[in-house]
Design a protein around this ligand. Structure first.
Ligand code: FAD
Length: 378
C-alpha cells in the first residue's frame, strides 16, 4: 500500500507528489494523459512569486516579462503599469513536462496514460485497465472533474454560469511582447473577458472566457476578437476549448483520508479564472500535510482545511462580489469604477500590485517553508 496516491498529474498533482516524496512518503501518481495536455489549457500568465517558487531559472522554460496591462471595458481603456517584474508569461508545456520528470526522478511511481475509473473507499483506486492501487491517503488533484471528491460527496453541483468556458488560439504574429491586454464583456466575451497574452515578440495566446450557459458561437467571437487586436499578418498555430471553475471553493476539502487540491477544490479566482498559484500551493501543502500525518508528526489531516481556510474565505468573497455584479443592472458601471480605481491607484502607487501579490503569495510561501523546510518546490 502506498502512503499517498495522487489523482491527476498536472500542477496541483505533481506539486503534491514532489512534496510528499521529498518528505519521505511512498507515492503513486495517476494521470490520464501520457504526457501533459498539448497544447496546455492555459493563458500561461503567472506572478513572479510563484515563478521563483517553482525555480523557473532551473528549468528549460522560456519566460517573458509583462510591463503593462491594458484593460478595455465599453470601449474605454484603463492602463496599469508594472514597475517591478510582477507578471510573466511562459510556455506551460515545458513546465508540466519538467514537473512530471521531477516527480519520477524523486521516486514517485507514475501511472501515466491511465484514467481513474472508480474509487472504493477508503483505500482502493481502480484504473480503467483494471489495475488496483491502494493508498493510505488519497490526494484529489483531478481538476474541475474532482473525481474522488465527487465519489465521496465533497463535490457540490456546479451551475453553468460558475464554469468559465474558454477558447484560445496560439497566434504567430508580430506583437509587443511586454504588453498584455484584457477586454471585458461585450462585444466579445459577455460577462467574461478576452485576453492577449504575448509569449514572445512573435507569439501570443489570444482567448475568450465567459460564464457557461450563454449559447454563444465562441469560435466566431474569437475570430472577431483576434481581427480586432492584431493589425498585421497572423497565423493560427492551434486552438482549444477548455473550462475553469469560477465557483466558490468547495466547502470541505478534507474528508476521512481524502484531501482535495487545486481546481478540484475550486481554488481558482472566480473573477479572473487564474488558478496556477493556488494549484501549486495547495498541492504542495497537501503533499506535506499527508506525509506529516503518515509519519505521525501531526494528529489529523484537518490541519489542511484549517491552513487553507483564509484563502477559501477570500476566494468566497471574490465569488460573492462577482455574483452581486451579475445581478447588478449597472454591471458595466460597477466594473468601470473598479478599473478606474485600479488604474488611478497604480499611477499614485506604482508598486501597489507588486506589494499586494508579494504579501498574499509571500504568506503562502511562508506556510510551505514551515512544513517543507524549503521555499521552493524542488
Ligand atoms: C483557457 C484557460 C486559461 C487559463 N489561464 C490561466 C492563466 O493565465 N493563469 C492562471 O493562473 N490560471 C489560468 N487558468 C487556470 C489554470 O490553468 C488552472 O487553475 C490550473 O491548471 C489548475 O491546476 P490543477 O492541477 O488543479 O488542475 P488541472 O490543470 O485541470 O489538472 C488536472 C489533471 O488531472 C487529470 N485527470 C482528470 N481526471 C482524471 C482521471 N479520472 N484520472 C486520471 N487523471 C485525471 C487531467 O488530465 C489533468 O492533467 C486557465 C484556465 C483555462 C481553462
Amino acid at each position: 500500500m502506498y502512503d499517498v496516491v495522487v489523482v491527476g498529474g498536472n500542477l496541483a498533482g505533481t506539486s503534491a507528489a514532489i512534496s510528499a516524496t521529498e518528505k519521505g512518503a511512498k507515492v503513486a501518481l495517476i494521470e490520464k494523459n501520457n504526457v501533459p495536455h498539448y497544447p496546455p489549457h492555459c493563458g500561461e500568465g503567472m506572478d513572479n512569486i510563484t515563478a521563483s517558487f517553482i525555480n523557473f531559472n532551473q528549468i528549460p522554460c522560456k519566460t517573458n516579462t509583462i510591463n503593462e496591462l491594458i484593460i478595455n471595458l465599453a470601449n474605454k481603456e484603463y492602463t496599469i503599469k508594472f514597475k517591478n517584474k510582477v507578471l510573466i508569461t511562459f510556455d506551460r508545456y515545458h513546465l508540466e513536462k519538467e514537473l512530471i520528470r521531477k516527480t519520477k526522478q524523486q521516486g514517485t511511481d507514475l501511472f501515466l496514460g491511465n484514467t481513474v475509473k472508480t474509487y472504493n473507499p477508503p483505500h482502493t483506486i481502480i484504473l480503467e485497465d483494471g489495475t488496483k492501487i491502494e493508498g493510505k491517503i488519497i490526494i484529489d488533484a483531478s481538476g474541475i472533474n474532482c473525481v474522488i471528491g465527487k465519489k465521496i460527496g465533497l463535490k457540490p453541483k456546479i451551475k453553468p454560469m460558475d464554469i468559465g468556458v474558454c477558447i484560445q488560439s496560439r497566434v504567430k504574429t508580430n506583437i509587443n511582447p511586454n504588453k498584455m491586454k484584457a477586454w471585458f464583456h461585450k462585444p466579445y466575451a459577455d460577462y467574461g473577458y478576452g485576453w492577449v497574452f504575448p509569449i514572445d515578440k512573435n507569439h501570443a495566446n489570444i482567448g475568450l472566457g465567459m460564464p457557461g450557459g450563454q449559447h454563444i458561437d465562441m469560435k466566431k467571437r474569437l475570430k472577431e476578437y483576434i481581427q480586432h487586436e492584431i493589425h498585421s499578418d497572423y497565423k493560427i498555430l492551434y486552438n482549444f476549448y477548455s473550462c475553469v471553475p469560477l465557483a466558490e471553493p468547495i466547502n470541505r476539502i478534507v474528508k476521512d483520508n481524502i484531501l482535495v487540491t487545486g481546481d478540484a477544490a475550486r481554488l481558482a479566482n472566480s473573477f479572473l479564472g487564474s488558478g496556477i498559484a493556488n494549484a501549486i500551493f495547495s498541492g504542495c501543502l497537501a503533499g506535506c500535510i499527508s506525509t506529516d500525518f503518515i509519519k505521525k508528526k501531526i494528529k489529523n489531516l484537518e490541519l489542511y482545511q484549517e491552513i487553507l481556510r483564509p484563502k477559501i474565505n477570500r476566494l468566497t468573497k471574490v465569488y460573492q462580489k462577482r455574483n452581486k455584479r451579475f445581478s447588478d443592472k449597472n454591471f458595466i458601471n460597477a466594473y468601470a469604477r473598479t478599473f478606474s480605481i485600479l488604474s488611478f491607484g497604480n499611477k499614485l502607487f506604482p508598486n501597489f500590485f507588486h506589494k499586494k501579490i508579494k504579501n498574499a503569495l509571500g504568506e503562502d510561501v511562508d506556510i510551505i517553508r514551515k512544513y517543507k523546510k524549503t521555499s521552493t518546490l524542488f
